[in-house]
Design a protein around this ligand. Structure first.
Ligand code: AP5
Length: 212
Protein backbone atom coordinates (compact mmCIF):
# COMPACT_ATOMS: atom_id res chain seq x y z
CA UNK A 1 0.00 0.00 0.00
CA UNK A 2 1.35 3.45 -0.96
CA UNK A 3 0.01 6.50 0.84
CA UNK A 4 0.21 10.14 -0.18
CA UNK A 5 0.07 12.86 2.47
CA UNK A 6 -1.19 16.21 1.30
CA UNK A 7 -1.36 19.36 3.39
CA UNK A 8 0.09 22.78 4.03
CA UNK A 9 3.54 23.40 5.55
CA UNK A 10 3.44 22.52 9.25
CA UNK A 11 0.15 20.60 9.13
CA UNK A 12 1.84 17.47 10.54
CA UNK A 13 2.74 15.34 7.49
CA UNK A 14 6.17 14.40 8.84
CA UNK A 15 4.78 13.67 12.32
CA UNK A 16 2.10 11.38 10.90
CA UNK A 17 4.61 9.71 8.58
CA UNK A 18 6.83 8.97 11.59
CA UNK A 19 3.94 7.16 13.32
CA UNK A 20 3.06 5.18 10.19
CA UNK A 21 6.71 4.14 9.86
CA UNK A 22 7.10 3.14 13.52
CA UNK A 23 3.74 1.41 13.89
CA UNK A 24 3.12 -0.03 10.43
CA UNK A 25 6.56 -0.31 8.84
CA UNK A 26 6.11 2.12 5.95
CA UNK A 27 9.05 3.77 4.17
CA UNK A 28 8.94 7.56 3.91
CA UNK A 29 9.71 9.47 0.76
CA UNK A 30 10.00 13.07 1.96
CA UNK A 31 11.32 15.27 -0.83
CA UNK A 32 12.05 18.02 1.74
CA UNK A 33 14.22 15.64 3.83
CA UNK A 34 16.00 14.30 0.73
CA UNK A 35 16.74 17.85 -0.43
CA UNK A 36 17.99 18.95 3.00
CA UNK A 37 20.24 15.86 3.08
CA UNK A 38 21.77 16.87 -0.28
CA UNK A 39 22.24 20.43 1.01
CA UNK A 40 24.09 19.19 4.10
CA UNK A 41 26.33 17.05 1.83
CA UNK A 42 26.97 20.17 -0.31
CA UNK A 43 26.28 18.05 -3.41
CA UNK A 44 25.50 19.49 -6.85
CA UNK A 45 21.86 18.57 -6.26
CA UNK A 46 21.94 20.30 -2.88
CA UNK A 47 23.34 23.46 -4.48
CA UNK A 48 20.49 23.36 -7.02
CA UNK A 49 17.92 23.17 -4.17
CA UNK A 50 19.30 25.49 -1.49
CA UNK A 51 18.31 28.88 -2.90
CA UNK A 52 14.71 27.77 -3.41
CA UNK A 53 14.33 26.10 0.00
CA UNK A 54 15.91 28.98 1.89
CA UNK A 55 13.61 31.42 0.10
CA UNK A 56 10.53 29.29 0.87
CA UNK A 57 9.92 28.61 -2.82
CA UNK A 58 9.33 25.28 -4.53
CA UNK A 59 12.32 23.59 -6.14
CA UNK A 60 11.75 23.28 -9.93
CA UNK A 61 9.74 20.24 -11.00
CA UNK A 62 12.48 18.69 -13.15
CA UNK A 63 14.90 18.63 -10.19
CA UNK A 64 12.25 17.29 -7.79
CA UNK A 65 10.95 14.62 -10.18
CA UNK A 66 14.56 13.51 -10.75
CA UNK A 67 15.05 13.03 -6.99
CA UNK A 68 11.90 10.92 -6.76
CA UNK A 69 12.82 8.80 -9.79
CA UNK A 70 16.23 8.11 -8.26
CA UNK A 71 14.67 7.13 -4.91
CA UNK A 72 12.20 4.80 -6.60
CA UNK A 73 14.93 2.94 -8.47
CA UNK A 74 15.18 0.87 -5.30
CA UNK A 75 12.18 -1.33 -4.57
CA UNK A 76 10.14 -0.32 -1.52
CA UNK A 77 7.06 -1.98 -0.09
CA UNK A 78 4.61 0.51 1.36
CA UNK A 79 5.68 4.08 0.70
CA UNK A 80 4.53 7.31 2.26
CA UNK A 81 4.80 10.25 -0.10
CA UNK A 82 5.35 13.21 2.24
CA UNK A 83 5.54 16.61 0.51
CA UNK A 84 5.43 15.12 -2.97
CA UNK A 85 3.73 15.76 -5.32
CA UNK A 86 3.30 19.49 -4.83
CA UNK A 87 2.39 20.66 -8.33
CA UNK A 88 0.16 19.29 -11.06
CA UNK A 89 3.24 18.51 -13.13
CA UNK A 90 4.69 16.46 -10.23
CA UNK A 91 1.37 14.65 -9.73
CA UNK A 92 1.34 13.59 -13.37
CA UNK A 93 5.04 12.62 -13.25
CA UNK A 94 4.39 10.45 -10.19
CA UNK A 95 1.46 8.72 -11.86
CA UNK A 96 3.73 7.91 -14.82
CA UNK A 97 6.63 6.70 -12.65
CA UNK A 98 4.36 4.43 -10.59
CA UNK A 99 2.66 3.10 -13.70
CA UNK A 100 6.06 2.12 -15.13
CA UNK A 101 6.81 0.32 -11.86
CA UNK A 102 3.44 -1.46 -11.94
CA UNK A 103 2.50 0.35 -8.74
CA UNK A 104 -0.02 3.02 -7.69
CA UNK A 105 -1.25 5.17 -4.82
CA UNK A 106 -3.79 3.41 -2.61
CA UNK A 107 -4.74 6.24 -0.21
CA UNK A 108 -4.44 10.01 -0.18
CA UNK A 109 -4.77 11.74 3.16
CA UNK A 110 -5.32 15.48 3.13
CA UNK A 111 -4.47 16.88 6.56
CA UNK A 112 -6.64 19.94 7.00
CA UNK A 113 -5.44 22.53 9.54
CA UNK A 114 -6.35 26.22 9.94
CA UNK A 115 -3.68 28.83 9.23
CA UNK A 116 -3.28 29.96 12.87
CA UNK A 117 -2.64 26.34 13.91
CA UNK A 118 -0.08 25.91 11.11
CA UNK A 119 1.72 29.03 12.28
CA UNK A 120 1.82 27.89 15.91
CA UNK A 121 3.05 24.41 14.89
CA UNK A 122 5.79 25.84 12.68
CA UNK A 123 6.90 28.57 15.11
CA UNK A 124 7.52 25.97 17.85
CA UNK A 125 9.12 23.32 15.68
CA UNK A 126 12.59 21.98 16.48
CA UNK A 127 14.17 19.25 14.39
CA UNK A 128 16.93 16.74 14.88
CA UNK A 129 19.44 17.19 12.04
CA UNK A 130 20.54 13.55 12.47
CA UNK A 131 17.35 11.45 12.65
CA UNK A 132 14.96 14.17 11.31
CA UNK A 133 12.42 13.70 14.12
CA UNK A 134 10.50 16.91 14.65
CA UNK A 135 9.76 18.21 18.14
CA UNK A 136 7.74 21.17 19.36
CA UNK A 137 8.53 23.59 22.16
CA UNK A 138 5.02 23.11 23.63
CA UNK A 139 3.29 20.15 21.93
CA UNK A 140 6.17 17.69 21.79
CA UNK A 141 8.98 18.68 24.10
CA UNK A 142 12.20 16.67 24.08
CA UNK A 143 13.03 15.13 27.48
CA UNK A 144 16.11 17.38 27.70
CA UNK A 145 15.72 20.91 26.31
CA UNK A 146 17.08 21.20 22.72
CA UNK A 147 18.40 17.58 22.73
CA UNK A 148 16.98 14.75 20.59
CA UNK A 149 15.56 11.91 22.74
CA UNK A 150 16.68 9.30 20.21
CA UNK A 151 20.29 10.19 19.39
CA UNK A 152 21.15 13.11 21.75
CA UNK A 153 21.93 15.46 18.84
CA UNK A 154 21.36 19.16 19.46
CA UNK A 155 18.03 20.24 17.95
CA UNK A 156 17.84 23.07 15.42
CA UNK A 157 15.24 25.31 13.84
CA UNK A 158 14.81 25.09 10.08
CA UNK A 159 16.03 28.12 8.10
CA UNK A 160 12.73 28.19 6.20
CA UNK A 161 10.69 28.29 9.45
CA UNK A 162 11.44 32.03 9.89
CA UNK A 163 8.11 33.92 9.74
CA UNK A 164 8.84 35.75 6.44
CA UNK A 165 9.80 32.45 4.74
CA UNK A 166 6.72 30.74 6.15
CA UNK A 167 4.50 33.36 4.49
CA UNK A 168 6.19 32.62 1.12
CA UNK A 169 5.75 28.86 1.68
CA UNK A 170 2.06 29.26 2.52
CA UNK A 171 1.52 31.34 -0.62
CA UNK A 172 3.33 28.73 -2.74
CA UNK A 173 1.17 26.06 -1.14
CA UNK A 174 -2.07 27.96 -1.87
CA UNK A 175 -1.11 28.64 -5.48
CA UNK A 176 0.72 25.48 -6.55
CA UNK A 177 -0.21 22.63 -4.20
CA UNK A 178 -3.77 23.22 -2.93
CA UNK A 179 -5.18 22.66 -6.47
CA UNK A 180 -4.04 19.03 -6.12
CA UNK A 181 -6.83 18.42 -3.59
CA UNK A 182 -9.40 19.06 -6.31
CA UNK A 183 -7.32 17.17 -8.88
CA UNK A 184 -7.12 14.03 -6.75
CA UNK A 185 -10.74 14.30 -5.53
CA UNK A 186 -11.80 14.26 -9.17
CA UNK A 187 -9.27 11.77 -10.53
CA UNK A 188 -9.06 9.24 -7.72
CA UNK A 189 -11.72 7.84 -5.47
CA UNK A 190 -9.57 7.57 -2.39
CA UNK A 191 -8.79 11.06 -1.08
CA UNK A 192 -9.78 11.37 2.58
CA UNK A 193 -9.84 14.63 4.52
CA UNK A 194 -8.65 14.49 8.12
CA UNK A 195 -9.31 17.61 10.17
CA UNK A 196 -6.32 17.60 12.53
CA UNK A 197 -6.52 21.18 13.84
CA UNK A 198 -7.60 20.23 17.39
CA UNK A 199 -6.13 16.72 17.43
CA UNK A 200 -2.89 15.54 18.99
CA UNK A 201 -0.48 13.59 16.75
CA UNK A 202 -1.74 10.29 18.25
CA UNK A 203 -5.40 11.27 17.72
CA UNK A 204 -4.57 12.27 14.15
CA UNK A 205 -2.91 8.90 13.55
CA UNK A 206 -5.97 7.06 14.95
CA UNK A 207 -8.33 9.11 12.80
CA UNK A 208 -6.23 8.31 9.72
CA UNK A 209 -6.27 4.60 10.59
CA UNK A 210 -10.08 4.76 10.79
CA UNK A 211 -10.15 5.89 7.15
CA UNK A 212 -8.21 2.81 5.99
P1 AP5 B 1 9.09 20.06 3.40
O1 AP5 B 1 10.22 19.62 4.20
O2 AP5 B 1 8.27 19.07 2.66
O3 AP5 B 1 8.20 20.97 4.31
P2 AP5 B 1 6.62 21.32 4.30
O4 AP5 B 1 5.75 20.63 3.36
O5 AP5 B 1 6.64 22.79 4.20
O6 AP5 B 1 6.13 20.72 5.57
P3 AP5 B 1 6.79 20.82 6.93
O7 AP5 B 1 7.95 19.87 7.02
O8 AP5 B 1 7.07 22.26 7.24
O9 AP5 B 1 5.62 20.38 7.90
P4 AP5 B 1 4.92 18.99 8.18
O10 AP5 B 1 3.58 19.01 7.56
O11 AP5 B 1 5.81 17.82 7.89
O12 AP5 B 1 4.74 19.17 9.75
P5 AP5 B 1 5.51 18.47 10.96
O13 AP5 B 1 5.08 17.05 11.09
O14 AP5 B 1 6.96 18.77 10.93
O15 AP5 B 1 9.56 21.12 2.28
C1 AP5 B 1 10.47 22.16 2.59
C2 AP5 B 1 10.91 22.85 1.32
O16 AP5 B 1 11.57 21.90 0.45
C3 AP5 B 1 9.79 23.45 0.45
O17 AP5 B 1 9.41 24.73 0.85
C4 AP5 B 1 10.47 23.45 -0.94
O18 AP5 B 1 11.39 24.49 -1.07
C5 AP5 B 1 11.25 22.14 -0.93
N1 AP5 B 1 10.44 21.01 -1.42
C6 AP5 B 1 10.10 19.90 -0.71
N2 AP5 B 1 9.33 19.08 -1.47
C7 AP5 B 1 9.20 19.69 -2.67
C8 AP5 B 1 8.50 19.36 -3.86
N3 AP5 B 1 7.77 18.23 -3.95
N4 AP5 B 1 8.57 20.22 -4.90
C9 AP5 B 1 9.29 21.36 -4.83
N5 AP5 B 1 9.96 21.74 -3.72
C10 AP5 B 1 9.91 20.92 -2.65
O19 AP5 B 1 4.82 19.27 12.18
C11 AP5 B 1 5.09 20.64 12.38
C12 AP5 B 1 5.20 20.91 13.90
O20 AP5 B 1 3.94 20.69 14.52
C13 AP5 B 1 6.18 19.97 14.62
O21 AP5 B 1 6.82 20.71 15.62
C14 AP5 B 1 5.29 18.88 15.25
O22 AP5 B 1 5.84 18.35 16.44
C15 AP5 B 1 4.00 19.65 15.50
N6 AP5 B 1 2.80 18.85 15.30
C16 AP5 B 1 2.55 17.99 14.25
N7 AP5 B 1 1.34 17.44 14.37
C17 AP5 B 1 0.79 17.99 15.50
C18 AP5 B 1 -0.47 17.83 16.16
N8 AP5 B 1 -1.42 17.01 15.68
N9 AP5 B 1 -0.70 18.54 17.29
C19 AP5 B 1 0.25 19.38 17.78
N10 AP5 B 1 1.47 19.56 17.22
C20 AP5 B 1 1.73 18.88 16.08
Amino acid sequence: MNIMLLGAPGCGKGTLAEKLINKKGFTQLSTGDLMRKEISKKSVLGIQCIKYINAGKLVPDEVTNGIVKEFLKEKHNGLIFDGYPRTLNQAKALEEILKELGSSISKIIYIDVAKEVLLSRISGRLICPTCKISYHTINRKPKIKWICDKDQTELIRRVDDEPNKVEVRLKAYAKQTAPLIKYFSTNSGFLKIVDSGTLTPEETYKKVMETF
